[in-house]
Design a protein. Structure first.
Length: 362
């Protein structure tokens, strides 16, 4: 027999209070959140502007995170319904009742550095690409028309991944297909644990049947995943098959195809996609200028890239002139030395960052 608690899904399935108890619950919630709100305000107030996400970045990342969790929940719930058949609790088919997000929020599951990093990269990729196309008055079809010497199937795969970046209203989107396998693996098992917790508290489903169905749903989803379909992976494969071409760099950038532009830089600089994107997307242009000099992009190709990137980020003419002059004066060997730490293995870079944080905290 199904109780109202099973359909409330308040806080991941707990019964919703009513009457005077609702007021007491609200008051208790304020008390619980007061210190957290103060801590967040203090952190945000004294956070330097250059590391604080902008309002647009924050909104885009939150929207993409919501969509990602909804996609994850929709897939797992559908798989469970299929596997459990008549035993499936009715709530699993009621999409308007969220199960994962309340539990994820309480458990801090989404506070994942890798996940947030991917969302930030996607938000910036969309912002830069859309702004470049808007400034150049290009529509996405015209931007995609840049052709180059690479296998047709790779170019098609890249266009498919690029289309997947946007929702129905043109908003940035991040799909499960874009996740690295390791990160998807973590999220799937945490989602399975959250659904298990919810079903344990809100249904009389046989525990062994429930756990077997959850494990099978995760295994099936992981078996179907191909991280080689992600935008970064396809862009890197395509860049590896394309000869170095400074003019192509300019055309890709001016066409708003920023991920492929970053991948081309990554291959030439012997970097992974992530570090190359981070350097290329630097809103101050400093890191981008160093990267362009390190791979010896000539001034006639670097200048239009820096000029348009300055327009994207609203840099003044004075700042742009300063950056171009610095680029002209920068020695290529010094630039290569500057990016050398980014060429280290990612685990090594992460360990260096961890040690640095510990030392600064002392």
């Amino acid at each position: 027999m199904w109780s109202t608690m099973a359909l409330s899904a308040l806080e991941g399935g707990e019964a919703a209070p009513s009457g005077p108890d609702r007021l007491l619950a609200d008051a208790a919630q304020v008390a619980r959140q007061a210190d957290a709100r103060l801590t967040a305000a203090l952190h945000d107030l004294f956070l330097p502007d250059f590391v604080r996400p902008t309002d647009s970045q924050r909104a885009a990342m939150a929207q993409m995170l919501d969509g990602l969790v909804r996609e994850l929940e929709r897939e797992l719930r559908a798989s469970l319904v299929t596997r459990l058949g008549p035993e499936a609790p009715p709530v699993l088919e009621v999409e308007r009742i969220p199960i994962l997000r309340p539990i994820f929020d309480r458990a801090g599951v989404l506070r994942d550095r890798d996940l947030v990093g991917l969302l930030l990269t996607r938000a910036e990729e969309c912002r830069i690409g859309q702004t470049i196309r808007r400034v150049a008055d290009l529509n996405p079809r015209e931007a995609a028309a840049v052709r180059f010497d690479a296998p047709e199937e790779l170019q098609t795969a890249l266009l498919t991944a690029e289309v997947r970046r946007f929702g129905d209203m043109g908003e940035p989107r991040f799909a499960l297909a874009d996740l690295p396998a390791e990160l998807l693996h973590r999220l799937l098992w945490r989602a399975a644990a959250a659904l298990r917790d919810y079903l344990e508290r809100s249904s009389s489903l046989n525990p062994a049947l429930r756990d077997e169905a959850l494990a099978a749903a995760v295994g099936e989803r992981m078996a179907a995943h191909d991280e080689g379909r992600s935008l970064a992976a396809v862009a890197m494969r395509l860049a590896l098959t394309t000869p170095a071409d400074d003019l192509l760099l300019v055309e890709l950038f001016q066409g708003g195809r920023f991920s492929l532009f970053a991948a081309m830089l990554a291959v030439r600089a012997r970097l992974e996609f992530g570090p190359a994107f981070l350097l290329a997307a630097d809103p101050t242009l400093g890191a981008l200028a160093v990267l362009l000099r390190a791979i010896e992009v000539p001034t006639q190709a670097a200048a239009p890239i820096l000029l348009q990137m300055a327009a994207v980020n609203g840099l003044s003419d004075l700042k742009l002139e300063e950056r171009v002059n610095d680029f002209l004066d920068l020695d290529a060997d010094a630039a290569r030395e500057a990016i050398r730490p980014w060429q280290l293995d990612r685990a090594f870079r992460d360990a260096i960052a961890d040690i640095g944080r510990e030392r600064r905290a002392q």
